[in-house]
Design a protein around this ligand. Structure first.
Ligand SMILES: NC(=O)c1ccc[n+]([C@@H]2O[C@H](COP(=O)([O-])OP(=O)(O)OC[C@H]3O[C@@H](n4cnc5c(N)ncnc54)[C@H](OP(=O)(O)O)[C@@H]3O)[C@@H](O)[C@H]2O)c1
Length: 480
């Protein structure tokens, strides 16, 4: 059980809060994870009575838990969830907010601020909290969770860091990458370091290459404005896929303490080999989806029509080839790719082993970590096909499911909110990880922009564009 604290949710009426955070907190309450006296102070910018807020919360829960939910938990949850209107036009708003938090000793002074607000509001809110003394740790700890993205490039990430670090030390800042809250991602470290059979083969002597993939059948939907200013490289590769790479390739930490885990990820991310000026054209690739059909259903619009901008050069497919400059990984290409509107959805890490000296030809060995929608670990080996033909071989997939019926299902945000209240930063990004990630991504965006690099096209519902294979290091390699 976590220490008593107050979770202060800024942006309580926003989309993330409605869909994930409030239902997630309810689920934590239902599973007995929240201390009896813990309060949730839901902060929005609109006036709302407590009664209206309770109706809104009920609406969020009804929408999320269609099969119903525990009425006893509901009563407890609704009583611990208090709404506060933080009106923009009121110059005294933060003084009133501070007074509220000190009201009738209702709220624990261990304060966890979850800033589920637009990135342009992060720095301002931290300043405003500091101005009214709410980040002062003399009467209890103060932690601030910053939503994604932390900056839109290296410069803005450093500016944001400079601004918030005037008031907060690193131990108080929780930078989110919600993929790190996924159980399947946590399983990568466990699988690697709890199974000693893997360590001897986890290196450039045995591994041919690694593919880290996130593909979606969905398009941009109603997030057109966000996506136009972001694109696939920034949206997925800048943090989620680079973090998946770091977990797959980092050295074993000295211990599983948050600092030791993050230290090893930082070292790994800083060891990414920077691209030379001739590398960009065959180490990076971008494309955009055109109209097509998904699973036999035609009439799927192309990206340009969806965003209503025929001149958009925003990529919806991005792939990069990375080399890590360490003795373990020298010469092993790591391919990161992400796309919208492909023929299938899935997030996975696929590790291809070298052929070795087999007498029987290619051995085609893979280890595959499926992250979503299924959570599994598979090993692919070559076996003989039963029958008279001794030479007829086929791949056999030995797949173990990491999630079985009856296993607890915890959303990534639930894990991360508990971590925030427990003071566990291992699944949050250190500033050095964020800056290393932007140092990798910024030059690609600069190169694409300055050199007007071709934006390829693919039909909605197709597999990876043929031209994306330009980034392969060897003709024998193929997208899994
Ligand atoms: N939605 C997702 O699935 C998702 C996924 C990944 C990351 N994120 C990140 O999560 C954050 C929130 O996203 P969202 O989609 O929920 O955004 P959103 O729907 O725009 O909600 C943000 C909310 O914050 C409120 N707000 C702003 N300043 C405030 C203040 N000083 N006090 C109280 N409330 C304040 C806004 O109020 P007004 O309406 O009055 O402006 C709005 O209700 C963003 O940083 C986003 O990048 C979201």
């Amino acid at each position: 059980m976590i220490e008593n604290s107050t979770l202060v949710l800024f942006g309580a009426k926003g989309n993330l809060s409605r869909v994930k955070l409030i239902p997630g907190l309810f689920h934590l309450d239902e599973s007995g994870q929240l201390p009896d006296n813990m309060k949730i102070l839901s902060v929005g910018r609109q006036t709302s009575t407590q009664e209206d807020w309770q109706k809104e919360v009920k609406g969020m829960l009804d929408k999320k838990f269609k099969d119903g939910y525990c009425k006893k938990t509901y009563k407890r949850f609704i009583e611990r969830n208090i709404y506060h209107a933080n009106l923009t036009e009121d110059p005294e708003a933060f003084q009133k907010f501070s007074k509220k938090l000190n009201e009738k000793k209702l709220f624990s002074q261990n304060l966890a601020f979850f800033l589920s607000v637009r990135p342009s509001d992060f720095a301002l809110i931290v300043d405003q909290l500091a101005d009214v003394g709410l980040l002062d740790q003399t009467k209890g700890w103060k932690r601030v969770l910053i939503e994604k993205p932390f900056g839109t490039n290296l410069k803005s990430a450093i500016e944001l860091q400079e601004s918030i670090s005037k008031h907060l030390n690193e131990e108080q800042i929780y930078r989110i990458d919600h993929y790190l809250g996924k159980s399947a991602l946590q399983n990568i470290l466990i699988t690697r370091f709890a199974n000693s059979i893997l360590e001897p083969i986890w290196n450039n002597t045995h591994i041919d290459h690694i593919q880290i993939t996130n593909h979606e059948m969905l398009g941009v939907g109603d997030r057109t404005i966000f996506y136009e200013s972001t694109g696939a490289l920034r949206d997925m590769i800048q943090s989620h896929l680079l973090q998946m790479m770091a977990l797959t390739t980092m050295e074993q930490p000295k211990s599983f303490s948050p600092n030791d885990i993050r230290d090893e990820k930082i070292k790994l991310l800083n060891a990414i080999k920077p691209f030379g000026k001739n590398d960009f054209n065959n180490h990076t690739y971008r494309a955009q989806y055109a109209a097509g059909e998904i699973k036999g259903e035609g009439g799927v619009e192309g990206y340009l029509n969806e965003v209503g901008n025929q001149d958009s050069i925003t990529e919806t497919y991005a792939a990069v080839k990375i080399f890590i400059d360490t003795p373990r990984w020298k010469g092993v290409p790591i391919y990161l790719r992400t796309a919208k509107r492909l023929n299938a959805s899935g997030t996975n890490i696929s590790i291809k082993f070298k052929n070795g000296d087999s007498l029987i030809g290619d051995n085609n060995n893979w280890i595959i970590f499926d992250i979503q929608p299924k959570e599994s670990t598979a090993i692919e080996i070559t076996t003989k096909t039963p029958g008279l033909d001794e030479n007829e071989l086929r791949p056999t997939n030995l797949e173990g499911f990491n999630r079985v019926d009856g296993d607890e299902s915890i959303d990534a945000y639930e894990t991360l909110m508990l971590d925030l209240m427990n003071g566990n930063q291992s699944r949050f990004l250190h500033i050095d990880e964020v800056t290393a990630q932007w140092k990798f991504v910024d030059p690609i965006i600069d190169y694409w922009t300055k050199n007007k690099v071709k934006l390829n096209q693919y039909k909605s519902g197709d597999s990876d564009p043929e031209s994306s294979k330009i980034i392969f290091d060897d003709p024998s390699q193929f997208w899994r």
